[in-house]
Design a protein around this ligand. Structure first.
Ligand code: HEM
Length: 143
């Protein structure tokens, strides 16, 4: 698959993922104080169910395209301190790995029925900060 197709897929998947996280953190958390606790729990359950159906595919495309593109830079990545680009791309990949760890933790906690509202909230805030830094690094590494 050509690099430009991988980049387009990566960018579309990143937009869907970052947009979803933005919705969950800024919109959903913003209405929490105005919605009864039980209603909020129902809402989170319904959104969570929908997200668990769609997000694994979005993440698959995002990470598969990202890893395929990173393969083109493998020589630079073998020396993370060799240039500004290698350093920023390495940091971006570390943050993306941490995002994946958050996602896996949430899935495992949900499977064990231990994912509470408070976890839901803090996992989303942490992922939101991660993705903002990732997008910043993704652009900064070229300038
Ligand atoms: C949460 C996960 C991720 C997000 C939100 C994300 C987001 C982005 C964004 C917004 C760009 C800029 C695209 C453009 O300007 O056209 C980008 C570029 C890039 N990403 Fe990711 N990314 C993620 C994960 C990964 C992973 C896991 C890898 C590799 C292991 C990766 C490798 C790359 C590379 C190599 C580029 C540079 C592409 C280029 O312009 O030539 N990304 N990423």
């Amino acid at each position: 698959m050509s690099y430009s197709v991988l980049l387009t897929l990566h960018l579309i998947a990143a937009t869907l993922f970052v947009g979803t996280v933005f919705f969950e953190v800024i919109i959903l958390e913003g209405i929490r104080p105005h919605v009864p606790r039980d209603t909020m729990r129902l809402l989170e359950r319904a959104i969570g169910k929908r997200a668990r159906r769609i997000m694994p595919w979005v993440l698959l495309v995002l990470y598969a395209a990202g890893i395929s593109m990173a393969w083109h830079y493998r020589h630079l990545l073998s020396h993370p301190l060799g240039s500004g680009f290698s350093l920023l791309l390495t940091l971006k990949i570390i943050l993306a790995t941490s995002v994946f760890a958050h996602f896996a933790t949430a899935m495992i906690m949900h499977a064990r029925n231990r994912l509470r509202s408070v976890h839901f909230k803090w996992i989303h805030i942490s992922v939101f900060i991660h993705v903002l830094l990732i997008v910043f690094l993704a652009k900064a590494m070229f300038y």
